[in-house]
Write a protein of this length. Sequence first.
Length: 213
Amino acid sequence: MHLAAAAGMGAAEVGSEVLVEALAALMPGVDWAPVAESTQQAEREGTLESWLEAGTLVDPLARLRAAGEEEMTAARSVARILNLVGFLYVMHGLLMPDNPFLARLRARIDESGFALVVSQLVPQMASPSGVPHALAMCLSPEIAVVAALLEELIDEQAGAGQGLLSLPGAEEGGAGAFKQTWIDRLHELRDRGLDSVGEGGGPGSAVTAVPEP
């Protein structure tokens, strides 16, 4: 929200301290002290707006060019893991069926303190312009530690012979049954919403028929 305010209303409306705090929350593991000093100086000189427009923040391409082959391989592995768990984390809010593994996964993400980072990695990896930012972030040791903890949970689930996407109590169907249950649930909610509108309710009344995820 702070970054959106800075982009829409100007960095001066947010202030250098809050701006750097927001950037640090989105990309932990980076040494933001020099950036903080630079923004504070720009704020004192009244040039914070031009400083921000000049793109003097961390350059993801520069970080990627400076990384070695092993670092890049590790970053891609971290991004792959976080993109998967981030998708599962975000989709829970879109009425995806739940199971004990997914609940444990979400709890571990929340406990890590990196839930926002994991969630935002999903749209970044889906956009060509976002991939360099995602990979640069995944070079950070702190992000690699989070990915390792989540991968450990995934390996534990696989080692127990259980799929990541399975319905509690279901002995057959696997991911296919999981997907179909999700689709059926969305169709059911859509039909309930249409029925509500057809009975004379306004557009808002259809929303009230959707249970909390």
